[in-house]
Design a protein around this ligand. Sequence first.
Ligand code: TRP
Ligand code: MN
Length: 448
Amino acid sequence: MSVADWNPRSWRGLPALQQPEWPDPAALDDAIGRLAKLPPLVFAGEVRNLTAALAQVADGKAFLLQAGDCAESFDDFSAASIRDKLRVILQMAVVLTYGAGVPVVKMGRIAGQFAKPRSASTETVDGAEIPSFRGHIVHGDAATPEARVADPERLLHAYHQSASTMNLVRAFTKGGFADLTQVHKWNQEFVKQSAEGERYERIASEIDRALRFMAACGIDLGAEASLHEVDFWTCHEALLLGYEEALTREDSLDGGWFDCSGHMLWVGDRTRQLGGAHVGFLTGVENPVAVKVGPSATADDIVELGERLNPMNIPGRLTFISRMGAGRIAELLPPLLQAGDKLGFTPVWVCDPMHGNTFLAPTGRKTRRFDDVMAEIQGFFSACTTEDVWPGGVHIELTGENVTECLGGSDDVLDTQLDDRYLTTCDPRLNARQSLDLAYRVAELLRN
Ligand code: TRP
Ligand code: MN
């Protein structure tokens, strides 16, 4: 399929992995038809601005912070949970901006991150085989055959939840919540209460001095719009192609197709086949796109995906998100970085230190160790340094809540505590304090 015969439906002629079994295809078509009439969630002009921001990242002049839930939930949906998630991402962004000395592109796995690929299509619960949980956009998470029936009305529910999430995010990021002085104050609170306080205190007090220096120079910190507003972008895995198709719209200004379900879309490590429907779909939309690459990815994959997804060599169009596991990144990433160098453009390289480091705790809970997450990030930075590639960003699963899903961090969540507040509907997330720990440590890496 060439870009010339691409249209939002043309993926239907290609093999699509990881799609749910919809029991009533007519009801699915009907839901997709209704979605296609609803307003877009993002606008083409914004998407173009994001591509430009990512071009800066590719060029080593900005850093990408991509963070949010593994899977958004229909149940845990409130102003407070959106606010807390945004707050922790902003707090991380301030620290990283200072550490990197370049702008941080802030992007949430939010307002659309509902669908999950699964390694097995069924699971066995209490001796009964039921469909695996694929996210609230598909069905309920209860471990019963009834809950796991795929229901197309959930596509509309996901759209409406995304719209109201987006609305609040826009209000917060432009309405004063993102004020730099305020976000810095939250960080000072964190540093005061942190076991690593002294270590982090240095960066926090330097930021403090920088702010006071600007004020002393006569810059009115309250009046300067750039100091209390941020651009915040959304992204999710483009997994359910019917949903993406329905939200793909032709730009009224200068043609071109944009997937208006979010600013950036990525294709997962399990669905990145060159001849597959997911890659085929993403070839035709003008959004910036990303591909997750795990241990099975080869240098040829990088070259072929790069040529397929960015044939015009548009700066900022393509990001590779590496997810190798702490133990393997030193061996597996360098050949991919070298292959990226052969492309006609510079891709953005991002580290996802979460997905290669998941294991089952003795209690049977899926978890991750903070130290493994940090070790993978360190491995990523050192591979990038050796290969002379800019370490473009990090991709983190986190929540603003005080959950106990990942082990360790400076407050040390223990495996005996995993059951205390294990709330995720899918993978284990860093809690707010672990996320800030991570930001301070990445800032240290960026300074060196
Ligand atoms: N607008 C700038 C930016 O987005 C500075 C800024 C204001 C900021 N509030 C922020 C940075 C909160 C990080 C977090 O970079
Ligand atoms: Mn996940």
